[in-house]
Design a protein around this ligand. Structure first.
Ligand SMILES: [Zn+2]
Length: 464
């Protein structure tokens, strides 16, 4: 794997991949507005001979780039959205490039570039060795709101794919086998009747009261929901002023659990709580489902393929300057080290390879990779893209994803993706084993898209 055509190709195109990830870092765009990033990636892949389609009309920043034909079909799942408010310079103190602007605090700029590099490298090896099959780059927007891939799944874009590979920036090199939660993301919008709150309160029907009562009801509901379901909310609109009876209020909920069923069950009961609050207050409630996704299923056959690629290629090493930068960032990180990683927490930056770890683990964070993993064998792995103590969604992580540390992680990931994809392309027994494991895990259950057909993505219009 180490000296394969695909891996060597990544070394050749490393400067353009670094420029690509840096360009995305310089142009951060939040979910549903990734026009710059998707166009830049489409152009890069088109220049490298890929056919581009935008197969989900309601989601213009999603795209598919394809090269080759027929079976096997190996998918690379890329993301490129940024996070609001995380603009950050590549320095060791908190300071935005542009105050209030978005930033790549989850490193999706590195994902966009790494998967593109891998796609180009796999194509090179397929051409040189005359290998049959198709390599497909999936440009998946809006991961930070957990719905891009769900809308894509609903449109059937992953149909016919044999295996899917996904790299996500992390603080260790390895494949975390833990399961991530399924989620529903829903806004309850209450509509009341406006009136003067002091002069004519009897004419008013308060949407703000409805939102408050809904939250009270939800907190009573907590006692009677299955263990392990998490319910959290924020009131995003509660009225304009005390002397105006609020004719509009909104409260926004997430429901998370290990499986889809309890999410669906608590979601239905929460709607009843909202209806009760509306009935009590003489208001009307509108249920605005923003999206939802499945828990993640990590395929162990694919994880083993990724481990082999990682070990063959070898983890990046760092200069003294990079280690000092990582140590300075560690000193600014308030969070405790992740025990699940079983790594000495005093290191500045992780330099080894963990392989698959944390089997049987569970975390309440979610990813829309979950939906893809319920459609076909899928694996998600991480490479070191920051200092050891940074958390995803922190200014420290945003600093690293625009730094040489992030780029080293991106290039390592591109090589691992390319090597693993070629291995899967050329090893039908391994694909079969991955499929059999997936079937066993699914145990005859069917994927039912958690977003109903009438719900459209809240796409932001392109800039003019
Ligand atoms: Zn992310």
């Amino acid at each position: 794997m180490k000296d394969s055509i695909a891996v060597s190709r990544i070394t050749e195109i490393a400067p353009e991949l670094c420029a690509l990830s840096q360009d995305l870092w310089d142009h951060p765009e939040i979910a549903f507005s990734e026009y710059y990033a998707s166009q830049r990636l489409k152009d890069y892949l088109a220049q490298n001979g890929f056919s581009i389609t935008t197969p989900v009309p309601e989601l213009p920043t999603a795209f598919v780039a394809t090269w080759g034909s027929g079976s096997p079909r190996i998918g690379l799942l890329a993301e490129y959205d940024a996070l609001p408010g995380f603009s950050q310079k590549t320095q060791t103190t908190e300071d935005p490039v542009s105050p209030g602007a978005a930033g790549h605090a989850c490193g999706h700029n590195l994902m966009g570039a790494a998967h593109a590099g891998a796609a180009v490298a796999v194509k090179q090896e397929m051409e040189d060795r005359n290998l049959p099959g198709t390599v497909i780059y999936y440009g998946c927007p809006a991961e930070e709101v957990l719905t891009g891939k769900v809308f894509m799944a609903r449109a059937g874009v992953f149909d016919g794919l044999d295996c899917a590979l996904n790299f996500h920036p992390n603080v260790v090199n390895g494949i975390d086998l833990k399961r991530c939660a399924g989620i529903n993301n829903v806004k309850f919008k209450f509509h009341g009747t406006v009136s003067h709150a002091a002069a004519r309160p009897f004419d008013g029907r308060s949407a703000s009261d409805a939102a408050e009562l809904m939250n009270v009801g939800a907190n009573y509901l907590r006692e009677h929901i299955p263990e392990g379901v998490r319910l959290h909310y924020v009131t995003t609109s509660g009225g304009r002023a005390p002397n105006i009876v609020a004719n509009f209020a909104e409260t926004w909920y997430h429901i998370r659990a290990r499986d889809r069923e309890p999410v669906e069950d608590v979601y239905k009961r929460l709607i009843d709580v909202a209806k009760g609050a509306a009935l009590m207050t003489g208001t009307r409630v509108e249920v605005d489902l923003q999206g939802g996704c499945y828990p993640t299923l990590q395929n162990k056959v694919l994880a083993e393929t990724v481990r082999e690629a990682m070990e063959s290629i070898g983890a990046p090493t760092y200069t003294e300057e990079e280690k000092a930068y990582a140590a300075a960032l560690n000193a600014s990180c308030p969070q405790s080290p992740r025990r699940a990683y079983k790594v000495d927490p005093s290191i500045a930056i992780f330099e080894g390879i963990k392989g698959p770890f944390n089997e049987g683990g569970f975390a309440y964070n979610a990813s829309d990779i979950g939906d893809v993993s319920h459609l076909l064998p899928t694996v998600m792995f991480g490479t070191v893209c920051s200092n050891f103590l940074s958390d995803l969604h922190s200014w420290q992580f945003a600093a690293c994803t625009g730094h040489s540390i992030g780029q080293k992680g991106m290039l390592f990931a591109a090589k691992v993706l390319a090597a693993a994809a070629v291995k899967l392309m050329t090893d039908p027994q391994r694909r079969q084993a991955a499929l059999e494991e997936w079937k066993e895990t699914m145990d005859g259950t069917q994927y039912l898209c958690p977003i109903p057909p009438e719900v459209m993505p809240p796409v932001v219009k392109p800039p003019v």
